[in-house]
Ligand binder design. Structure first.
Ligand code: UDP
Length: 339
């Protein structure tokens, strides 16, 4: 197949490109590099079946006939989507329409990367795909949550009215190599802080929960869904639930760090609990994750170490006065090479 991956330079998009190439396909990756990085793709520079197109998918595009479109273009970490709120809403609406139009034009299949954020601060636990969610439509997270809920609605409309053959994956917190060390997410923040001997910043009381899926498990689930006939939303995530405090302690153990844990204000609308019910993925796709959090963190250590090695300027630890959206190291202090 000839496959288009939007957001192909991002964390998940770039791993998806690798997996699709490994399956023998030809891949065209499109990205505007707002949060994606060419360094995620530089190992593919000599791959003849791979092409990168620098483009913002909010503007129409056409890179020729394709058989499958994977729409993975969007800022995804809370700090990123709150830093780029309008871009996030645009890519989840205009961008998704443009990607759907490509699929429609070429009679290609289409898979949208959706998110556990569709469930908001959930009142049902664990979250099944049938749960409609509990989302604040005007809060700071709404730019991402509502964009993804809109993206799901647009995808279903193209399936119903334009007969596009679509899939929807709801991705739960995923981590691993290529996660940006400065994207403000909990795993990247904790790994970076622990390895630098800085305080680990737990927001709130640390009793809120998340479940963390290692990237190879996530990609495996997404590909199984892509090749299946399942057209309704499907959760792909690790159902082992951790409190953020447990997560901090595990990072300290894995990195053998003597950093302390400090507490900072909880960001606005931070979900209290999040855990996927993956019985559907198991029944329909025979999928379940294989790598637990401790093993996954160990597998990610080399990558995080390399990222830290690339940091040239000492960065202030983020221990005081966190913003309502969480914290990440100051932009500009951490040079990240773009390829
Ligand atoms: N979090 C934290 N310290 C950090 C970064 C995040 O305690 O340095 C918390 C955050 O408040 C949330 C959880 O960890 O409860 C996961 O945050 P993340 O930004 O990774 O993603 P989310 O699941 O909220 O989209």
């Amino acid at each position: 197949m000839r496959i288009l991956v939007t957001g192909g330079a991002g964390f998940l998009g770039s791993h998806l490109c690798d997996a699709l190439l490994a399956e023998g396909h030809t891949v065209v990756a499109v990205d505007n590099l707002l949060t994606g990085r060419l360094s995620n793709l530089e190992h593919l520079a000599c791959e003849s079946r791979f092409k990168f197109e620098l483009h913002d998918i909010c503007e129409p595009f056409d890179y020729g006939k394709v058989d499958y479109v994977f729409d993975f273009a969007s800022p995804a970490s809370p700090v990123d989507y709150m830093t780029h709120p309008v871009e996030t809403l645009r890519v989840g609406s205009l961008g998704v329409f443009n990607a759907l139009d490509v699929a429609r034009k070429y009679n290609a299949r289409f898979l949208i990367s959706s998110t556990s954020e569709c469930y908001g601060d959930p009142l049902e636990h664990p979250q099944r795909e049938t749960y409609w969610g509990h989302v604040n439509p005007i809060g700071p997270r709404s730019v991402y949550d509502e964009a993804k809920r809109f993206a799901e609605a647009a995808t279903m409309a193209y399936a119903r009215y334009h007969k596009v053959d679509t899939r929807i994956v709801r991705i739960f917190n995923t981590y691993g190599p290529r996660l940006q060390l400065i994207d403000g997410r909990v795993i990247s923040n904790f790994m970076r802080q622990a390895m630098r001997g800085e305080d680990l910043t737990v927001y709130g009381d640390g009793l809120q929960t998340r479940s963390f899926c290692y990237v190879s498990d996530e990609i495996d689930g997404i590909l199984r869904l892509a090749h299946s006939d399942e057209r309704l939303p499907t959760n792909i995530g690790n159902p082992r639930e951790f409190t953020i405090l447990e997560c901090a302690e595990l990072v300290l153990k894995v990195t053998s760090s003597r950093s302390r844990i400090v507490f900072e204000p909880l960001p606005v609308d931070d979900p209290k609990q999040r855990c996927p019910d993956i019985s559907k993925a198991w029944q329909k796709l025979c999928w379940q994750p294989k790598i637990d959090l401790e093993a996954g963190l160990r597998l990610s250590m080399d990558y995080f170490r390399k990222c830290l090695g690339a940091e040239e300027t000492p960065v202030r630890p983020a221990t005081k006065g966190s913003s309502p959206i969480g914290t990440r190291p100051k932009d500009g202090a951490v040079p990240i090479a773009l390829g």
